[in-house]
Design a protein around this ligand. Sequence first.
Ligand SMILES: Nc1nc2[nH]cnc2c(=O)[nH]1
Length: 178
Amino acid sequence: MNTIGLTSTDSPADGSQTAGQTPAEYLARAVALATDNVRNAGGPFGAVVVAADGRVFEGVNRVTANLDPSAHAEVSAIRNACQGLGTFDLSGAVLYTSCEPCPMCLATSLWARIDKVYFAADRNDAAAAGFDDAVFYRYFEGDASDREIMPVAREELPPVQRVEPFTEWNDTVGRTDY
Ligand SMILES: Nc1nc2[nH]cnc2c(=O)[nH]1
């Protein structure tokens, strides 16, 4: 039992719980999920999404368990929220995470239209535990030409071919914008 009275086995990851706790309590829940997850062969990260309607969804890091580099806690919580709510748009939601979101989780939060993010530990705490969050922030902060750990290069194609998917998209009537 953690400080807000929930164990990982009665996790309200399905949105069955409604809002009403303080940011510090949701953060404490995210931290407790992270610690429990280590004991469950996962990475030391946990996250909670409180949707605009107050429903609560949770996620933990399952990168090594699921052989999925994108299975960070925040992404898992966002996936759970989107599946539970039946939407790809989490406008009005708040994300609470045990650790500062990495660039992927931050970008996923932006794409999900999350309103606000609270975190507990930061990228330097993660680095002290051997995680590359701070390294990857530096990767994005530098010039494209500095990206030595993974070069990203444009390959020239004829202009019409290059934008063909966007042309198809723009010409599609009744598409679902996001
Ligand atoms: N914030 C965050 N950083 C990570 N670094 C490696 N995995 C994770 C994760 O799940 N969340």
